[in-house]
Ligand binder design. Sequence first.
Ligand code: TMP
Length: 218
Amino acid sequence: MNDAAGRGIFVVLEGGEGTGKTTQVRALAARLRESGREVVETFEPGDGVVGGRIRELLLDPGLAPEPVTEVLLYAADRAEHVRTVVRPALARGADVVCDRFLWSSLAYQGIARGLGARLVESANAAAVDGCEPDVTIVLDVDPGVGLVRAGRACGRAPDRIESESLEFHELVRRGFRDLAAVNGAPVVDAGRGVDEVGESCWDLVRELLATRSGGDRR
Ligand code: TMP
């Protein structure tokens, strides 16, 4: 149990390919644990048995689902993830640090695929079911740089979404930046070294924890 009110924090890292989210999720989780908190590290799409199967469908380069089908598959993964991983962890007072959440659908499917925010939001309403992050941190890097980094980091053929055009990934980046601006969310320059980016993320999480211990009771 992580604070006097028995609640953990729900932190989401968002961003395009090769922004270093996975590394920073791990680093944030480690720092939270060092400060004595219980933490669940997780990701979308695909954390869990059902989610893993949905991920295979979503990222298979041999498939070409309709854009609406794609939105609904990401939403199905999210419905499962919220109910089997995120909510149970928060309910027992653990922190959740998550690699991608709803904003990925808004940026990739809403903006880059051009489906629009309204469709993505309505497709996700039942999936998210009011389970909102306490903070969403957007990691921002030039997609030209990010795609090269992502290729080097995973050492496998690009998946179906990574294989989209540079223009697509530029729209994704713009989508995340716009979402951050509209929602007053932090954007971290992920073009810097891993440790510097990590310090920026940790500062933001520490601020959130300070607000919590200062008596903010949701
Ligand atoms: P990952 O590479 O971060 O594991 O995510 C897999 C891909 O899925 C990545 O290219 C981003 C994409 N994605 C969406 O298009 N919409 C979503 O809602 C999510 C969660 C991921």
